[in-house]
Structures are given as structure tokens and as C-alpha cells.
Design a binder for this molecule. Structure first.
Ligand SMILES: [Zn+2]
Length: 587
């Protein structure tokens, strides 16, 4: 399990969603999609939230000089080779991620444009300006051949500033990016070499890329990548990119998905306590996935018996005892046969008690006794039955407060609270939303036999901004609704996802292709001019009628105040007579 969080480069190269067949840079025309403009529009800023996104990937804007310092300190402390290793792999991951992004967003683009998009993205990310000399590929034969000029390499700038001109190339991370991007698309390893580099005194860098088998000796190149050259290992497999973040469970079982710090912390605690016999108490809001965590705890435990879940809130109080502890025939009217309770059924395994805070005081006493004595007595029974059960409980109420109010036994609370694990609400796990969205998207498309063409950018942004009071369960419901409501071959859009939910208007900025920021608003053309904005708002005219604007504002105030003129006047900062006058004047 711990391995599933380690990113294997060879595995990641299996990521490509589809195999691109044949093509070359000669087929590119000026209108190829995605254009630089379209790529630029994938970049958006969410300053209120402290995040920058490139489509659904969180990005960082760091100072090139800080990167230079990091790089220098790495070289000084780890040596040249080790640093080159790390930077090449870092670049490789970025390249692979960008290849995924392009294939996901523009599934129908022609293959040559998809290859070319990597050069634009590398520039958009501020790393290097790429000039294509030529490239051609035939993925059926697994062949790629290409050559590029690199201008203004950020890595060279920092390298030269620190070390001056030397005898070997220095664009390590950039080279890793090219290898990752192109290998991700071709589905087999493509090695890039920098044959000329500014760090060696050349005026620009020149890189050559070829399929691994077209190079004579690639030992030196792959040494930095740690990737396998085994062709079978490099074949493209769809939809594996998120498996790295998921615990290894068969496809038909629910999965724990996440990379956020909050999720990772909870997951780490789970891994620690799973192989012990400790009682675990999960806390967190409704819908955060407590039962899933509990079943994973069981999966990673040493328990050989079954996992039995029991929701204390779902069973009427008078049936609670017989459900939990079992019943003997004739114990009460209707007890026509003897049957074991959940404790007996979970023998040798895990009993998950959800919403433990709703258990009656009588039920709590009985439960405490079972935990202490490790034996149960069926309702109406005369002898105790030995049980070996690990109890895992969950609550969405604060049990300490319940103890203070006398609603929960303190001794039972201490028994259960041996190892508490807090499961974070989804709003604290924003980084996981794209992963979860992707997971549910594929799950529900398959389940409902639907084939929409992905999701619109506004739908994705709304999901990132939404507060999810119902947590993961709510996201799951929204996605299922979205998939069902979608049209074949059309992307899932906002109205498919949201019905009555309140979507907060978080401030999101996107960069337009002139490089200026604008507020993202799909309903109206993006603009940062108040005048333009208002003109669009009041009507389709290209000029603003100030009186019409005033009338619209006043009318809206009156409507919002349900015709109460005093209230409407207060809202627009006028006295009641002033408002009445203006309303009449403009009629
Ligand atoms: Zn260079």
C-alpha cells in the first residue's frame, strides 16, 4: 500500500488516453487546435483561494531566481549527477501531466497539433521558448524523430548566473519535460538530447528527440530517468493516471482518492493504526467517507474475519440490542428463532459502528461491557459468548460535548477514543476535487452507459469553488446527475450539475491571450471595463443609455424590496421622495 503513493515514472508513461498514430510538423497550419490563445485560457488565477490552475492542475508561480537558488543548493549538496537526476525527473512529470491535459481537453485535435501544443505550454509556463525545426512520428511503429531550437531557457539563465559557461548542457528539467511530454503521447520512450546549449556558449539551445531504439547508446540518458526501457512496460493504458493516488482495490470497489495534505494526514494515520488492534474513532462531517475509511482500515488490518457495518441511527432503539448482541428464541414476542447479532457476525473481524453518538445510554452500557469483557450476551440468553472483534466507531457530533451534557458515557468515550482520526471536509481538500471529479466521471459514464465529451471549463471551475456542505457524497451525487443529464458527445455543463445549489461567486481570473487578467464569467464576454460590463448588462446596444441604466437599477431595487418604496430607497441611498421622483421622471 505504501507503494501506491510512490510515483513510478514507467507507470506514468502509460497514461496517455489514446494512441496518436501518424503525423509530422509539416501538417501544421496556423489554425491548429489548441492554439496558443486556447492554451492561455486554461490558465486561471484564484487569488482569494491561494491557488493557480492550469486546467485542473494546481500550478505554482515561483521566482526564477529562487528556482536558481534551489538548483544551486541541490548541486552543492547532492552533486551534479544526483541533481540532474532529480531535475530531469521533475521535468518529466510536468511533461507527462501536460500531455494528459492536452489529450483530455482536446481529444479530437489532430495528432500533430497535440505534439505542437507541448511547445506552446512549455513557453506559457515561462520555462523556455520552443521553435520547432521539424518532427514526425508513427506511433504504430513506435517511432519519433524531431529537432527544436530552445530560446531564452530559464534553466540556462540560472545555470550561467551560478556557474558561467561550461562544457556540458544544463537544461536538465526542460529536457525531462520534452521526454515526458512526447513519451506520454507516443506511448514509448522518446529520448531527447541537448546537442547545443547556451550553458556551453552556444547562442541558443538545440535539442534532438528520437525514439529510444533509434539512439545507439541511451544508458547515459535513462540513467537520469530511472525508467524501464522494456517496451511492454511503456504501452499506453487508459485511465491509469489516477491509480497512483488510489489505494489498490479492485475496480468494482470504492476507492479512497486524494493527494491533499488533509487527506494524506488522515490516510497516514489510518496506515499506522490499521495493523494494530487499537479501537479507532473516526470523526468528521456527514458525507466525508467514514465508512469507506473504516473498511480500508479493516482491509489493511490483520483481521481475517468479516467487516460488518452498523449504523446506530438507522435502527429503532427497541431493536438495537437484538441487532447488536443477538437474540435467543422466545426472548420476546416475535423472537421466533435465535440469531446472532452484529458482534457475533463480525467475530475475528471488524465491527464498524457509525453514528455512535445516537446510541441510547442503555445501549452504551451494554457496548461498554462487551468491550471490557470481550463477550456478548444475547437478548434472552443465559450464557455469554466469547467474541474477538475490533470495534471501529464514527461520529459526526462532538462526543466530548455529549459527555459534558450527560448524553454519552465518559468511560465509553475513553474506550472508543483510543486512536481518533479526523476526516477533513471536502472544502479543506480542494486539491482532491479534480481527482474525485475524474473518478466519478468515469465511474458514472460506465455505470449509466453515457459518453459525454468531458466537462466544460465553467463546470470544472464551479466544482472547485463550490463549498460542498454534503462533502464527497454530494460531489458524487452532482457528478452522477451531471452524467445522466449530459448529451452524448457534448460536454457536461453547469446546468447539468447544479439545480438549486448555491454556487458562490468566487473571484477567478483568467489570462487572455494578450496577457491581461480578466474576471471569468461565461455568461458575458470577459471584460475588465466597468463601462463595457454595464453596457452588456443593460442590453445589447453598443452604447450606454445612462437613464435606462438608472431606471433598471431603481426598478430592480423596488422589485427586490417587493414594492416597498422606503426599503428600496434605502438600498439605493436615496430618500423615499427622491426615489419616487426619479421613478416617475424616467417613465
Ligand atoms: Zn540549454
Amino acid at each position: 500500500m505504501t507503494n501506491s503513493h510512490r510515483i513510478s515514472l514507467a507507470d506514468l508513461a502509460k497514461n496517455s488516453e489514446k494512441i496518436l498514430l501518424k503525423g509530422s510538423s509539416r501538417e501544421l497550419d496556423s489554425q491548429h487546435t489548441p492554439t496558443v490563445e486556447e492554451l492561455t485560457e486554461c490558465l486561471f488565477f484564484s487569488p482569494g483561494d491561494g491557488r493557480i490552475w492550469l486546467d485542473d492542475q494546481r500550478m505554482l508561480l515561483i521566482h526564477s531566481s529562487s528556482f536558481g537558488l534551489l538548483r544551486r543548493e541541490m548541486i552543492d549538496s547532492l552533486g551534479l549527477d544526483k541533481s540532474r537526476d532529480i531535475l530531469t525527473r521533475t521535468g518529466y512529470l510536468s511533461g507527462l501531466r501536460d500531455a494528459e491535459l492536452i489529450q483530455k481537453r482536446w481529444p479530437d485535435s489532430d495528432p500533430a497539433s497535440i505534439f505542437e501544443a507541448g511547445t506552446h505550454l512549455h513557453g506559457l509556463e515561462g520555462v523556455v521558448k520552443v521553435e520547432t525545426i521539424f518532427f514526425e512520428f508513427d506511433t504504430e511503429k513506435g517511432l519519433y524523430d524531431g529537432e527544436f531550437f530552445w530560446h531564452h531557457s530559464s534553466e540556462d539563465e540560472e545555470h550561467i548566473a551560478a556557474y558561467g559557461i561550461g562544457s556540458s548542457p544544463a537544461c536538465w528539467m526542460e529536457l525531462g519535460y520534452a521526454i515526458g511530454y512526447v513519451s506520454g503521447l507516443v506511448g514509448s520512450l522518446v529520448i531527447f538530447r541537448e546537442v547545443e546549449c547556451q550553458s556551453m556558449g552556444h547562442s541558443i539551445c538545440r535539442v534532438v528527440g528520437k525514439s529510444a531504439e533509434l539512439w545507439d547508446d541511451i544508458e547515459d540518458d535513462i540513467r537520469f530517468l530511472n525508467v524501464t526501457t522494456n517496451e511492454a512496460d511503456m504501452r499506453i493504458k487508459p485511465d491509469t493516471q489516477f491509480d497512483k493516488m488510489e489505494l489498490d482495490t479492485p475496480d468494482d470497489q470504492p476507492k479512497m482518492i486524494g493527494v491533499s495534505a488533509a487527506f494524506t494526514a488522515a490516510n497516514h494515520s489510518l496506515q499506522k493504526v490499521a495493523p494494530t488492534n487499537a479501537t479507532v474513532l473516526f470523526t468528521g462531517e456527514s458525507g466525508v467517507g467514514k465508512e469507506l475509511f473504516a473498511s480500508m482500515l479493516h482491509k489493511f488490518s490483520r483481521q481475517t474475519g468479516p467487516f460488518v457495518a452498523f449504523n446506530c441511527a438507522a435502527i429503532p432503539e427497541n431493536l438495537m440490542e437484538s441487532e447488536l448482541f443477538g437474540v435467543e428464541k422466545g426472548a420476546y414476542t416475535g423472537a421466533t428463532s435465535s440469531r446472532p447479532g452484529r458482534f457475533e457476525r463480525a467475530n475475528g473481524g471488524t465491527l464498524f459502528l457509525d453514528e455512535i453518538g445516537t446510541l441510547s445510554l442503555a445501549g452504551q452500557s451494554k457496548l461498554l461491557r462487551v468491550l471490557q469483557e470481550k463477550e456478548v450476551e444475547r437478548v434472552g440468553g443465559v450464557s455469554a459468548i466469547k467474541v474477538n472483534v475490533r470495534v471501529v466507531a464514527a461520529t459526526n457530533v462532538d462526543l466530548r460535548k455529549a459527555v459534558d451534557k450527560g448524553e454519552f458515557r465518559e468511560d465509553l468515550f475513553f474506550r472508543l477514543n483510543v486512536f481518533p482520526i479526523h476526516l477533513p471536509p471536502l472544502r479543506d481538500r480542494k486539491a482532491d476535487i479534480p481527482l474525485l471529479v475524474n473518478h466519478f466521471y468515469h465511474q458514472f459514464c460506465q455505470q449509466h452507459q453515457k459518453a459525454p465529451s468531458g466537462m466544460t471549463q465553467s463546470a470544472r471551475q464551479a466544482l472547485l469553488n463550490y463549498g460542498f456542505p454534503g462533502n464527497i457524497r454530494e460531489l458524487q451525487n452532482l457528478m452522477e446527475r451531471g452524467v445522466i443529464a449530459s448529451e452524448e458527445g457534448e460536454p457536461i455543463d453547469l446546468p447539468h450539475l447544479f439545480r438549486n445549489e448555491f454556487i458562490p461567486e468566487d473571484i477567478i481570473y483568467s489570462v487572455n491571450h494578450q496577457g491581461t487578467l480578466s474576471h471569468v464569467d461565461d455568461k458575458k464576454a470577459s471584460t475588465n471595463s466597468l463601462l463595457e460590463y454595464i453596457t452588456q448588462f443593460v442590453g445589447g446596444e453598443d452604447h450606454l443609455d445612462i437613464e435606462k441604466l438608472e431606471q433598471s437599477l431603481l426598478q430592480e431595487a423596488v422589485d427586490n424590496a417587493q414594492g416597498n418604496l422606503s426599503e428600496a430607497a434605502r438600498r439605493v441611498g436615496l430618500s423615499r421622495p427622491q426615489l419616487a421622483y426619479r421613478l416617475k421622471k424616467n417613465k
